[in-house]
Write a protein that binds this ligand. Structure first.
Ligand SMILES: Nc1ncnc2c1ncn2[C@@H]1O[C@H](COP(=O)(O)OP(=O)(O)OP(=O)(O)O)[C@@H](O)[C@H]1O
Ligand SMILES: [Mg+2]
Length: 287
């Protein structure tokens, strides 16, 4: 018998149904983060101070604050990359101690593997959670279709524009069906038109999947357009100083950007953020 005869015939990959996820309940209690060799001692730098935040399953919350105030640090605590010096971070009642597949992360600049094709980048997470290659690649194709990049599955990241790379990043984060999606200024480097398109498509994906989302931005329009709540951080060390509800109906549309209700909420955010940005500049001048 030849070796070839022992091989199984190539089968079409079994189709996988797309799922809606169960959004995670995020609970941040009295979190303080200090950096430095001697955290808690003189010389340590306090990045976040006694931050508390509850996010209901499936809610879309935006975190707004001046540069350097500790937004990424707080997000990284939720991702499991940074450990609080005190306080607790829990998702669905469990302490976050390390990164995990149920928390998807999207960064400002894409963090794709440059040596892997777009499809293999997206399939990587599902492969790591134990899915077979064919199913993982099938899932990658589905998610690339959702972000409009089916035609680019065999391209490498450097062959794509910045906006396309961010779409791959979103597909990659969603492909693990995360209960919580953590986004750190994902559209910060994009031009205004691409950014607007990406905001709308992100909302459509969120409506389909139901993840809990924490979205960091320093763009007030973006925060109000996307979020059901806008949480505002103070100048460094970051404290959560305002939690503003955005009772605009969904689906959100570009026409809402000029609605009186939108402008009113935007003004509330701007007043706080302007005062905090001024403090941040004064701090920087003194440093
Ligand atoms: N790994 C680290 N080691 C030491 N200090 C850090 C570390 N990460 C962040 N910091 C400091 O913590 C503070 C908050 O930084 P962070 O990146 O969280 O701010 P941010 O609000 O995300 O700022 P930006 O809007 O510019 O992205 C800054 O002073 C920063 O220098
Ligand atoms: Mg940041």
């Amino acid at each position: 018998m030849s070796v070839i005869a022992l091989r199984r015939p190539a089968a079409a990959p079994p189709a996988e149904r797309r799922e809606r996820v169960i959004g995670g309940h995020v609970s941040v209690r009295e979190v303080t983060v200090e950096f430095g060799i001697q955290a808690g001692q003189n010389g340590a730098r306090r990045a976040v101070e006694r931050a508390s935040l509850e996010i209901e399953p499936g809610q879309f919350v935006c975190l707004l604050g001046p540069t350097g105030c500790g937004k990424s640090t707080l997000l990284n605590c939720l991702a499991g990359f940074v450990h609080p010096s005190s306080g607790s971070v829990q998702i669905d009642g469990e302490d976050v101690v390390r990164p995990g597949p149920k928390r998807g992360m999207v960064f400002q600049h894409h963090s794709l593997f440059p040596w892997k094709t777009v499809k293999k980048n997206v399939a990587f997470g599902p492969r790591m959670t134990g899915l077979g290659r064919e199913l993982a690649e099938e899932r990658a194709r589905q998610f690339l279709a959702l972000v409009g990049l089916s035609a680019f599955e065999d391209h490498y990241p450097h062959m794509l524009s910045g906006g396309m790379q961010q779409r791959v990043g979103i597909a990659r984060a969603l492909a693990n069906y995360p209960s919580v999606l953590l986004m750190d200024e994902p559209f910060g480097a994009l031009d205004a038109q691409t950014r607007a398109m990406m905001q709308e498509s992100l909302l459509a994906l969120w409506a389909e999947f139901g993840n809990t989302v924490l979205f960091v931005t320093h763009d007030v329009d973006e925060a109000v357009f996307l979020g059901s709540r806008v949480v505002v951080m103070s100048a460094s060390p970051g404290r959560l100083i305002a939690d503003i509800a955005v009772p605009l109906p969904r689906p959100r549309t570009p026409a809402m950007l000029t609605a009186a209700a939108f402008i009113d909420i935007k003004r509330q955010c701007l007043d706080i953020i302007r005062a905090e940005t001024l403090k941040a500049f004064e701090q920087a001048a003194r440093a």
